[in-house]
Write a protein of this length. Structure first.
Length: 382
């Protein structure tokens, strides 16, 4: 064999090898192997029962018991339990709850865990991945954060609070995304209308934060940080929104030939406590389409509310400053013109004793936020 023939054979062999390699199917990428989902029980209080998948009856459990996939945990009226999932997630189950481990699955950003809550309340703390909770009224989801899911026993409405990170909630009417310090409600199916109501987002209440503190020692630092942040925001906003002079008193009396209506309750000089509902009422005005109730705070801040009725109920704790308040009502016709303003009344209330009480603090925070919105809205119009 001469060199030219050898070279030709070598080139032919190389070409065939390349063609074979190109035609050989590439192996499919393999998903991360998923370990069976399980949970270890600890910190048991009161009655806590477990039923593994396939079993007929619940049995009382002790610390160290292992709940396997599709197993159930049921707590009594005073029962509580901590579950450490094999995924690294931590679940705390409140009294009068029924909870099921459903599945682990691969998702786009890691490992996803699915749970089911039949009734009661659970707190979820994730160190990574995501977790979904199926409920009778919709699905709650959390990604790398803290979330509480609670089923109201009478209405089956689902309250979901997000203490940290990114949370979401969905039912057949829609989906909402919310984050730290926010909550939403998944309303139960209405059999009369055949409809679900879409969820909406609002700030967490003092009671929501207190639930985290009462049942989750792991959440103490986050709640304290949230309080510190809100305090700083409140102080900064208060400095921006405190007016230097009180606004002038409104003109009162009749416009044209129509006699102006009068305020009914509370009568001038009333004195209220720090907490509780107060109904502000007035006579109906001929030709009025709506009414504007206006409060002047001891600080000079002015806050207004609209109503098509001749009364509005307000919680006095949303007015934290102590001192003398004035209130008056303006009647508006169908064209948006002012008919007249009734002569104002006054009332007093004491200042909060301190802000160690969480409800007083939250009321003050709401007051400051409302004040800032009104301040910037008025300046935007001017």
């Amino acid at each position: 064999m001469n060199f030219k023939n050898f070279k030709s054979i070598l080139l032919l062999g190389s070409s065939l090898a390349l063609a074979f390699a190109a035609c050989t199917p590439k192996p499919e990428p393999t998903l991360t192997e998923i370990s069976p989902l399980s949970a270890s029980l600890s910190e048991l209080e009161g009655l806590v029962e477990m039923k593994q998948a396939g079993e007929q009856d619940f049995v009382i459990v002790e610390n160290g018991a292992i709940l396997n996939l599709n197993g159930h945990i049921q707590t009594g009226d005073e029962g509580k339990a901590r579950l450490d999932l094999s995924t690294g997630a931590l679940i705390r189950i409140s009294p009068s709850s029924l909870f099921t481990l459903v599945a682990n699955e691969n998702v786009s950003d890691g490992l996803g865990t699915n749970l089911k809550l039949e009734f009661g309340r659970i707190f979820i703390i994730l160190s990574g991945g995501s977790l979904e909770v199926d409920t009778p009224s919709g699905v709650a989801a959390v990604r790398g954060s803290y979330m509480m899911v609670e089923i109201a026993p009478n209405t089956f409405n689902i309250l979901i609070t997000c203490l940290e990170g990114n949370c979401s909630a969905s039912n057949q009417a829609g989906t909402v995304n919310f984050t730290a310090g926010e909550k939403t409600t998944l309303f139960a199916f209405d059999p009369e209308t055949g409809q679900f109501l879409p969820p909406t987002v609002e700030p967490m209440s003092p009671e929501d934060y207190q639930k985290w503190l009462d049942e989750n020692p792991e959440a103490a630092e986050l709640v304290n940080n949230a309080i510190a942040t809100m305090t700083a925001m409140a102080e900064e906003t208060a400095a921006e929104t405190s007016p230097t002079e009180p606004p002038p008193a409104p003109d009162t009396g009749a416009s044209g030939s129509a006699a102006c209506f009068s305020l009914i309750e509370p009568t001038s000089g009333a004195n209220f406590e720090n907490i509780g509902p107060v109904t502000f009422s007035w006579e109906e005005q001929v030709g009025a389409q709506k009414y504007i109730l206006t409060f002047t705070y001891p600080t000079g801040l002015v806050v207004s509310f609209e109503s098509t009725e001749n009364n509005i109920t307000r919680y006095i704790e949303t007015m934290p400053p102590g001192g003398s308040y004035t209130w008056y009502v303006t009647a508006i016709d169908s064209d948006g013109n002012e008919i007249c303003t009734a002569e104002g009344n006054s009332f007093t209330k004491p200042a909060p004793t301190d802000f160690t009480d969480f409800t007083d603090f939250f009321a003050f925070f709401v007051y400051i936020r409302v004040a800032s919105w009104i301040f910037f809205y008025d300046h935007a119009k001017s």
